[in-house]
Design a protein around this ligand. Structure first.
Ligand SMILES: [Zn+2]
Length: 233
């Protein structure tokens, strides 16, 4: 068999192995926990915390409103019940009722403001929860795709490595050494195809003599410019 052809086939397999290994590393780097998900979960948790805090403030505020109302009712009963007749005392009671009612209205306004804020945060929490669910679904789907890709890449790498071993077994040691040496120096490409009389590794136009030797394929012929082994298909 043509030696250059064997080395060319080996190079094709080696390049494919490299590409699959790179793809596998890429897939594996994306398997596992997602930073974006962790961030979204933390954000939701802090919004929920804020909501719980606001709801507590709202309950306390409502309780205070109730308290003021019952205190006002007690004073009004005293004021209009007829049990107090002293005018001074009545005026004082009247003032206390007015004061409590005013404070009560202020407190109600505060509660209303808090309720508006609670609603805003509730909406935000609901939106964030929905967004998180969507992200988790996407993530699970992505992870399952990645696992499948990983298995496929591993399987094709195993078969490529098997193929490589078979190819290497048929190539002599000197040629293999030259191949590896040239691959190290030539950006992974030790063998260049010859097309239209040109070395496809460096675009040099080859001499008739070089072309003829390469065509015969008995011995390895290297390009005089880029040193790559010339292969005529
Ligand atoms: Zn060349």
């Amino acid at each position: 068999m043509n030696k250059a052809r064997q080395l060319y086939e080996l190079q094709e397999v080696d390049l494919e192995i490299e590409a699959k290994r790179e793809a596998l590393a890429g897939v594996e780097s994306r398997l596992g926990d997602s930073e974006a998900l962790a961030e979204a979960r933390a954000l939701l948790a802090s919004e929920q915390e804020r909501l719980a805090e606001l709801e507590k403030i709202q309950r306390l505020g409502e309780w205070e409103v109730e308290d003021m109302r019952s205190k006002t009712a007690v004073l009004e009963k005293k004021l209009y019940g007829g049990s107090v007749r002293n005018p001074k005392e009545l005026v004082s009671l009247q003032e206390q009722v007015e004061h409590l009612k005013k404070a009560g209205r202020g407190q109600e306004d505060k509660v209303l403001d808090i309720m508006t804020e609670v609603e805003t945060v509730q909406n935000r929490v609901a939106a964030k929860r929905k967004e998180l669910q969507r992200m988790e679904e996407d993530w699970r789907q992505e992870q399952s795709n990645l696992s499948r890709e990983q298995a496929e890449l591993r399987a094709s790498l195993a078969s490529l490595e098997q193929k490589r071993e078979e190819l290497v077994a048929r190539i002599d040691g000197v040629s293999l050494e030259l191949y590896h040496d040239l691959r190290r120096r030539g950006q992974g490409r030790a063998v260049a195809k010859v097309e239209q009389g040109m070395c496809q590794g460096c675009r040099l136009v080859l001499s008739m003599n070089e072309l003829q030797q390469a065509r015969m394929g008995q011995a390895l012929v290297q390009c005089s410019s880029c040193q790559r082994i010339l292969y005529l298909s």
